[in-house]
Design a protein around this ligand. Structure first.
Ligand SMILES: [Zn+2]
Length: 416
């Protein structure tokens, strides 16, 4: 491989992924707008035309906004790499006299700050423009800013030590550094998983025990029926920020918690909440969570080994517009994570396919252990409340959606 050839491969991959994203967005907006006039027959008795049209408009607005964001991200990537932005930052951080580790950390922080600052207006318009326009936003500007400040603080406290450790391993632990870095990454995943429910999440939201009542009784009966040790049922004040509803598991082992957004509890009947939880339990019982963690660990090992190979290849640096810097592991690290998504975009459909199979399996688990009808009713309410389109473009959905389209999911539940 030569630097010029790698530049050509990179530009071609970026062009292909950009063209694919634009084509998919075009398909999605055309398909959704084309099905806006009529509620699909399977939902006609439960969803009003106005709600269906709101979902269509919301989907189109978000897809169009996503196109602008995609374009800006591509320009930023080109500015940092081929146009020489990263080369300037590499030179500037070297001039600070911080020692090799401090110099590389400064480089990574500088790139993260540039990307973060460019992302801010998008987050702002998404929250106070689109989400507000469709009646979902409940966050204030003060809360939005406080969330960003806390997010940066958490990223710094957790991310900087990990980055420093990986850089140190890259530079000092020989040609198998990537194996050590992989072990560090896995330990870090467990640390975050352990800290999340009790330390990180409470920085952003209030968690209170799920009150006694018919919903709690139904949930406890379901957990007992499925042989699931209950270490805590919590309600989260999701309504502080948004009216979107959700339920999730956090933590692992003995520290596992089940968390419901208050918005979900307000909206669903007890048997519907039970069915939604049964679906989530299905993900655990069928080992989906473990399988996903194993997959991401395997991918991380592969990518770290790839990075180890690229970090010693001059064409990798020169091909992306950066001076060859084998003595600065931070340069290879940041370059790798900037360029990687251009090449992994093509894997999106595979990961979506895998995830959608799990969703069908979890739905079938819920149908066996709770009520399929209640789950259908819950899903219809959630689709309506979240203004999720019932008529996504099939190709767009196959590439991006981690969940099967509503019509397929519900059709399958109705036949179980
Ligand atoms: Zn699921």
């Amino acid at each position: 491989m030569t630097a010029a050839l790698f530049t050509a491969v990179f530009v071609a991959a970026l062009g292909v992924s950009l063209a694919a994203k634009l084509w998919l967005a075009y398909r999605q907006t055309r398909f959704v707008a084309g099905h806006r006039a009529e509620v699909p027959p399977a939902f006609a008795d439960r969803i009003a035309l106005a709600a269906h049209q709101k979902a269509a408009d919301y989907t189109v607005a978000r897809t169009r906004f996503g196109v602008i964001e995609t374009g800006v991200e591509a320009l930023l990537l080109l500015a940092l790499t081929l146009a020489g932005g990263l080369a300037v930052l590499v030179g500037w951080t070297a001039s600070l006299g911080l020692g090799w580790l401090g110099t590389d950390l400064a480089l990574i922080v500088a790139v993260a700050l540039v990307a973060g600052i460019i992302g801010l207006p998008f987050s702002y318009v998404n929250t106070f423009g689109i989400e507000a326009k469709f009646g979902f936003n409940r966050t204030t500007r003060a809360l939005w800013l406080a969330d960003i400040a806390k997010g940066v603080a958490v990223a710094a406290v957790l991310g900087l030590p990990l980055t420093a450790l990986v850089l140190w391993l890259m530079r000092t632990s020989g040609s198998y550094w990537w194996l050590w870095a992989w072990l560090a990454w896995i330990a870090f995943q467990f640390l975050v998983l352990a800290l999340y429910p009790t330390v990180i999440a409470p920085l952003f939201n209030k968690f209170s025990p799920l009150p006694e009542g018919p919903a709690r009784s139904a949930i406890e009966a379901l957990l007992a029926r499925c042989g699931f040790a209950n270490k805590g049922l919590f309600v989260m004040d999701g309504s502080r920020r948004s009216s979107h509803g959700n339920a999730f598991f956090t933590g692992f082992g003995r520290a596992k918690r089940i968390v419901f957004f208050d918005t979900l509890l307000d909206r669903l009947a007890p048997d519907e909440i039970e069915a939604v939880l049964a679906h989530e339990l299905g993900h655990f019982r069928l080992h989906h969570v473990l399988k996903r963690m194993a997959w991401s660990a395997a991918l991380a090992l592969f990518f770290l080994a790839l990075l180890a190979m690229l970090a010693s290849a001059p064409w990798f640096y020169e091909g992306l517009g950066v001076p060859v810097s084998p003595e600065r592991p931070g340069v290879a690290l940041i370059l790798f994570f900037l360029a990687l998504p251009v090449f992994t975009f093509m894997l999106g459909p595979l990961s979506s396919l895998y995830s959608r199979r799990h969703e069908f399996e979890a739905d079938a688990f819920a149908a066996r252990n709770a009520s399929a009808t209640a789950l259908v009713h819950a899903l219809v309410k959630l689709y309506e409340d979240n203004a999720s389109t019932l008529t996504p473009d099939p190709v767009y959905s196959a590439v991006y959606d981690s969940h099967p389209p509503a019509a397929l999911r519900i059709a399958r539940l109705r036949t179980t």
